[in-house]
Write a protein that binds this ligand. Sequence first.
Ligand SMILES: Cc1cc2nc3c(=O)[nH]c(=O)nc-3n(C[C@H](O)[C@H](O)[C@H](O)COP(=O)(O)OP(=O)(O)OC[C@H]3O[C@@H](n4cnc5c(N)ncnc54)[C@H](O)[C@@H]3O)c2cc1C
Length: 824
Amino acid sequence: MKSHARVVVIGGGVVGVSTLYHLALKGWSDVVLLERSELTAGSTWHAAGLLPLFNMSYTVGQLHKYSVDLYKRLPAETGQDVSFHVTGNLRLATYKARMDEYLKYCGTANTIGVPFRVIGPQEVRELWPLAELGGTADTAPIVGALYHPDDGHIAPADLTMALRKGARARGAQIHEQTEVTAVARTASGEWRLTTNQGEITAEHVVCATGNYARQTGRMFGINVPSIPVEHQYIVYDESPELKAYRQAGGRELAVLRESDQSYYLREERMGWILGPYEAGAPARFADGVPDWFGKSLFEGDLERLLPHVEAAQRRVPALANCGIKDIVNGPIAYTPDGSPLIGPAWGHRNLWLNEGHSFGITAAGGSGWQLAEWIVEGEPGIDMMATDPRRYGPYTSKRYVVTKNEEAYRNVFVIHFPDEERADARPAKTSPIYDKLKHMGAVFGQRYGWERANWFAPPGVPPVDEWSFRRSNYFEHVGNEARRLRERVGVIDLTPFTKHEVTGPGAERWLDGLVANKVPTKIGRIALCHALTRRGGIRSEFTITKIADEHFYVVSAGAAERYDADYLQKMLPAAGSAEAAGVSLRNITTSRGCFALAGPRARDVLAKLADAPLDNTAFPWLTWRVAEVGLATDVYLLRVNFVGALGWELHFPIEYAHHLFDALFEAGAEFGIGMAGMRAMESLRIEKSYRMWGTDLSPDYTPFEAGLDRFVRMNKGPFLGREALEKQLAAGVPHRFVTFEVHDVGDADPLGNEPLFDAAGRIVGRATAGYYGHTLGKSLGLGYVKPEHAAVGGELQIEILGERRKATVLVDSPYDPENKDLRA
Ligand SMILES: Cc1cc2nc3c(=O)[nH]c(=O)nc-3n(C[C@H](O)[C@H](O)[C@H](O)COP(=O)(O)OP(=O)(O)OC[C@H]3O[C@@H](n4cnc5c(N)ncnc54)[C@H](O)[C@@H]3O)c2cc1C
């Protein structure tokens, strides 16, 4: 083993080897992979090898598509066959909501370019003659299906060997029987890894250790939220019916998924592999994989699988006629939301994760592709937020991860409703007024561990969601909350906001170099600022307030706490440098709460409590003051809000939460004050065309594409991303952000990720968000289109749940385009 490498990848499963391959493909040949046992010895050797393209996530969908395309090319490139059976993949639906899920997915698939077909029962019969169409007392009728002609199954070990060959051919080295046992930083900032075969120093380290992710993380001092869960599949003997069908010339049957019964079924040597995702599968190895486990499996637990086996036998009666050859029960890495952890580790430079893969055979190609891009180029080529390890924070205790991972596993096949809020491990993080909100009828959702009120059920209305792809039980109540904020006054609890304090003589200069807008120079001024990637894409959005000389208050999305904190920390001037002494950064997220008070009567309410003048001259829009409010001191009042109303955000020392809440409601009673939740905020912000970080704003688009030109100061001096913006301006901005109204919607509004078409039916863009604009009475969407389709009044079409609807481009901010309300 050499003593130094540019990158060391720890872990020789399919994911680690793919990362190595892609690093070498990008021209970094000084790369080494270390495997404690032999390649594929973790979960890879016993995987069923399915490659489902179906995924509701725009990011993960792109990774899976890349993989499937790569795996088709690999044999020709490497000379190693990978046994890719392109059988196609058939997902059945037995009721309407399931079909809605498939139709919603079709929008994502269209924007990514994944081929699919939505088919009816008769075509299911033709594709899968051994399946019963149902409609009997014990088997639900098939109402339709989603068919992917391009995917199928592969031999995971052969795939790993092909990637290994491709990596080695480009100079990469692989050492088996080499376990990393300890790590340290060298004085020059590299990683020194101790192994049972000696030491190796590396500039970068990638952890791709599958079920070992937590113990690997511990070596680096990070708590990786990946804990495996048991997953089983049954291998059947030869099936006489299948044999007869194949001998009569039938082609290999598509991989069959009966989502409503939570199992997959595929052919295997004239027999079957049946893989259920059952309730009750336990998390394993929460404290690490014991030494004795090695390349082993758990005992099979057929009892747990029986309901799914019986359901599969009803759908495919041939199953009942073959014996069970084997049960494979192995650990499968999971994360609380079921998506992998691909990207930088927090708190350390040049430490990368490619962990937590539950569909790792499918995702290996794509995750290696993007991680290599990230390491070599400094950033990924696509928006990777959905898989960024920093989407989790310090709240991922062992118990949280165990509970959520078991939930994620048993929910693999549940319908992924856009308004779904999973119940386990809750409530975990709450705002101080959580109980008060609950008594007011709050129906909560969870984001970044925080409970957030989505809407409020009025007295007599059950405080529960009926999840749907269409307008649902809360529609009218969300509308009332939205109207209250436009007509009277309301409060939104935004305590989860991420809050940082940046101080010191170098604070302004440092912040200014990070963002495209000019950081405020006058005390009391607020500026909306975007941190860009080197490619000019939007990585973060900060509301920056100058609260004193050399003192800035920086607010960003609640779900971005670790993502932003880690970024800011890593962008600080190098320790020991002269600049470093001039900037200090403090995360104060949990020491201040935040209530947004908004609506035409907001000034009347606040005037009864605050010791500050609130008129437009003394306290104009986009300014800040510190005030006493009621009994509370040191309350930051920011004259901004995300709903486009007259109003203030009150950022207060957390200990005043109860007092301030009660005081606002007492003072506001005469003006009809009430609470509003996240869904009303969504409706209102879309009426104002306010772009949301993480959905409308992402590294895929620059601020010029996002129509945020007024927040970019090209001539203010250097900032990260400026060169890319210059190039884009010279070459032409490829997309424009639009707000559009959808006509004749029926009961389904756009939600984001729908394709947008021109009149001739060509895809010209994609929606990033959508909602019913309750106070405009219009179904609204936001999204990006090619510039020639962005003119106000222009006609578009959008596909919502399989139906094309006409859409018209509106002015930016269709509600109150002149911003009279917020400046009132
Ligand atoms: C029963 C079953 C069926 C499955 N079916 C499918 C399927 O059909 N399709 C699909 O996409 N996915 C499937 N999966 C999931 C798939 O197996 C995994 O997602 C995938 O194998 C993960 O690959 P990996 O490289 O991340 O991890 P692993 O394959 O587990 O590799 C990690 C490697 O890291 C090594 N390692 C750990 N610590 C160290 C250390 N300190 N030093 C050196 N080396 C170390 C380990 O020895 C191991 O070889 C299935 C899983 C199970 C359990």
